[in-house]
Design a protein around this ligand. Sequence first.
Ligand SMILES: [Fe+2]
Length: 492
Amino acid sequence: MAPATFSGPVLAAPAASSPGGVRPGQAPSLAGLDRAPFCWSRRDQDRLPVRLRGALPSWLRGDLVRTAPALFEHNGWRADHWFDGLGLLYGFRFDASGVSFRQRLLASQVAAEAAQGQTRLASFGTRTQRSRVGRLLQPVPQATDNANVNVIPWQGAWLALTESPHQHVIDPDSLASRGLVRYDDGLPAGLLMSAHPHFDHASKALVNVGTSLGRRNQILVFRQKPGESRRQIEGSLSLKRSPYLHDFGVSERHVVLIDHPLRLSGASMLFSNRSLMEHHRWEPEQGTRLRVLDRQSGRWTTYETDTCFCFHTVNCFDDGENVVFDFLAYDDASVLAALGTEALASGQRPGLTPRYLRARLRPGGGRVELETLSPQGFEFPAIAYRRQHGQPYTVAWGASFVETSWQSQLLRVEAGQVRRFEEEGMTYGEPIFVPRPQGDSPTDGVLLSVGCHQNEPLSSLVILDAESMLPLAHCQVDLSLPLGFHGNFQAR
Ligand SMILES: [Fe+2]
């Protein structure tokens, strides 16, 4: 991927020719998304039988729950970006009777409005459809509640998340939304929270970051303890133009934000129907900054490094006085436009192979050089999270998607050595590590990854030995599940 040599609104919306969502007869067809890995079949059934091939680990008990963009056109409404498809929740449950499968479309306000043919809610890459009067009455649109990015276990239920102030509480059995999380803490109502909160093992709290848009954008780092409706601020940062924050790093003593040069001015959103993506500008000459928060003092230290764009961090830990921050970096932000629905429907395949990099951040700030941990690029990183998040670690897993095929590879990366798993015709997504109880090492366990077949209405949850990357079992379901982003496993 060539580095961008321009500045300005790169992120021209994939279908920016008219004010929002729907243009039957005007916009190119999205019929190409009726094929794997984006289609969702068997929408009429919420439970489907599972065919088991191989043997399940006897100790595996719990729920794998995932989310994915699943509907891209509905009653005249359409999503212009992959990130804006209506969210599907699905789960595989492992219990004494074996394995079962269930699924449910998220009952969001966006889905309700889409059923009427248009939506007024701001989303990542699809324009809103608000009248001139509506825009005058509400200069900045409300944010989407289409929580299709991540789903995490929390307090006996699940939270479905996207980059929004709105988070759905999900019933663990039915996968139905119980409604939105209600906070009572005086933080800005429009706080756009990351869909990648991290679990702080020391405090048993979630740590997350959010951006409040205004004349100057406020980035807030906060902690959320179980049973509390107040989010406690650990640090704040005021920036005229703030970066697109998808993920971040958390160690015991620090938080690391990636201030890459894909930045947003809150003022540009006033009275606008344009998508959030269109309001961001790629300014490579501004470079990338890493901003490190001391979680005790609230003080920030800034580092400059090479221009890059990042969705995901891999891990972050303290090493004496230093902070080690590992992340996946693209040369530029062009991947965002490549994930527009028209591009995907036309058969284009984005290369999701960012570099796996390490920044060693020494006290005092300044320039930092990036070390390549592996030349093998991958996305959707996973680690042995419960034991090694925020700690020194050696193994990362991920999924690699090249531009020539939707057949993905699942990878195990350790000290530059890569072990791979792939199957003919299968698009596997994010692997999730589940530790074996009383395992011999932190990485003793299995990987769970859901994939769909490119030519048959078939999806499969593959269970891999996390060390050898050899398959132990497949849990097959006769439907096409769309490729999604994230999910988690909760032991029971
Ligand atoms: Fe993500």
